[in-house]
Write a protein that binds this ligand. Structure first.
Ligand SMILES: Cc1ncc(COP(=O)(O)O)c(C=O)c1O
Length: 457
């Protein structure tokens, strides 16, 4: 064989080997780097959260017993803490803030470690039934106890005189409530209304099955029929964070109060709610959206019975595994803010979440101010009976308005690779968008940094 041909073949082989080794090393490096970034992020947060200081909440000098001795120390602003991340990102990453997925709570629950681990053996909780002597026969007593205790500690709802109905998220309970509140033989479907901007799922959930019992009738402000109706009152409201009361106020009206966000990280707890039908969920209170557990507090026994029937026919009860997990989570939240016997090592959940929400709102307002193309609603300060402090609501969603000539705010932001939900989904004009404030830290930082640099349309 020709010596030169053998040599060049060898060269090709060597070159290919070198390229492959280089590629493998590069992949390894990228992987390591990614993992390192994740753990550094986690560590920083942990370190911050556990710095012990005297006071628990910013701008609050009068403390009540259940307020903590620990808090997250926040010294940086978006401009200093996140600038490098945007540079790393180069503005090319899509930031999805369309859904209200509460991943921001993940880091708190990571710190809690095994305190919230639930172990269920294969032989346990295999029955359909929880307590057949109770109206809601699939309600786990442990979950019910945790709900009652937490409402007492927080002071956001009266549980006495109410039946607890558990649901697969408050989404199932919403549908159960519509079914239970409508007379079975009315001459036409009951109108379901809510003041715009309303939660975008209400019209979709109401009309999905084209029920003959009820029908979506839009903005409560525009409701003029002199017939029975159901008004959905969401307070604090999704999407705009406002504190709300019923707006139609006619004598044939039935109210459903959706209190998914009536928790002290989002809004001052001014009074314990005592409405006829109230909906709550772990999705937004503790961040456990994936557990799919909600609960209704219902005064009227017949309504509670019919809601239970709906869930029986819909899913034959509610997952016991999920109820037990939710019970454990609610107990942990209760323990963390119970003045009696709370664990000194554990940061009260509502301190952690309040401080994080406060920081995010400051960060967002600074970004909006810097950009000048947008505006946000202002909220009145109110006293919170739970924390003993006065503060402005800091909602789970930001209701952002595009100012000037930008008519379609959702499209405009999409052009900057920021995904939001536009005003038309909430029954108002497209100059508004809803932005989730509950994203993971890194995405939220990236978002505020990017928003602050958008200077023209
Ligand atoms: C006002 C309101 N109610 C109910 C829900 C749904 O709660 P769940 O996850 O318990 O079904 C949401 C979720 O975004 C909401 O914003």
């Amino acid at each position: 064989m020709d010596k030169r041909r053998v040599l060049s073949l060898r060269h090709v082989l060597m070159l290919s080997l070198a390229l492959n080794v280089g590629l493998i090393l590069r992949l390894g490096y990228v992987g390591e780097n990614w993992r390192a970034e994740q753990s550094v992020h986690g560590l920083c947060l942990e370190e911050k959260q556990y710095r012990n200081i005297e006071a628990s909440m910013v701008d609050c000098d009068q403390k009540v017993a259940h307020v903590s001795k620990t808090k997250l120390v926040e010294t940086t602003t978006w401009s200093t803490s996140t600038a490098h991340k945007e540079v790393e990102d180069g503005g090319g990453r899509v930031i999805n803030l369309d859904h209200g997925d509460p991943t921001m709570y993940e880091s708190f629950w990571q710190q809690m470690g095994d305190r919230t681990t639930v172990v269920i053996s294969g032989w346990q909780y295999i029955s359909y039934f929880s307590d057949v002597t109770k109206l809601c026969w699939f309600l786990e007593p442990e979950f019910a106890r945790a709900v009652i205790r937490l409402h007492k500690l927080v002071g956001n709802a009266i549980t006495e005189g109410h039946h607890i109905v558990v649901g697969t998220g408050s989404t199932q309970l919403f549908q159960a409530a519509l079914y239970a509140l409508c007379p079975p033989n009315a001459s036409e479907p009951m109108s379901v209304v809510s003041a715009a901007p309303f939660y975008s799922s209400y019209p979709l959930m109401t009309d999905f099955l084209e029920s003959g019992l009820y029908k979506w009738a839009g903005d409560a402000h525009k409701f003029s029929k002199n017939r029975p109706y159901i008004e959905l009152v969401t307070s604090p409201n999704n999407p705009d964070g406002s504190t709300r009361q019923a707006v139609v106020n006619r004598n044939q009206g039935i109210l459903v109060h959706d209190l998914a966000y009536y928790w002290p990280q989002y809004t001052p707890i001014s009074f314990p709610a005592d409405h006829d039908l109230m909906l709550f969920t772990v999705s937004k209170s503790t961040g456990h959206a994936g557990t799919r557990i909600g609960w209704a507090l219902v005064k009227d026994q017949e309504v509670a019975r019919k809601m239970t029937k709906f869930i029986e026919l819909n899913t034959i009860g509610v997952s016991k595994d999920s109820q037990l997990r939710a019970a454990k989570i609610l107990q942990a939240v209760g323990d963390s803010c119970d003045p009696v016997g709370s664990d000194e090592e554990v940061q009260p959940f509502f301190d952690y979440s309040y401080i994080l929400m406060e920081k995010r709102w400051k960060q967002l307002r600074a970004a909006v101010k810097n950009s000048r193309l947008f505006s946000l609603p202002d909220f009145p300060t109110a006293f919170c009976n739970f924390s003993g402090c006065s503060f402005e609501p800091q909602p789970a969603f930001a209701w952002l308005k595009c100012e000037g000539e930008i008519e379609d705010c959702e499209s405009f932001l999409r052009g900057h690779k920021i995904l939001t939900r536009g005003g038309k989904h909430f029954g108002v004009c497209p100059k508004y968008v809803r932005i989730s404030m509950l994203e993971r830290e890194k995405n939220f930082d990236l978002f505020t940094q990017r928003l602050s640099t958008i200077q023209s349309w």
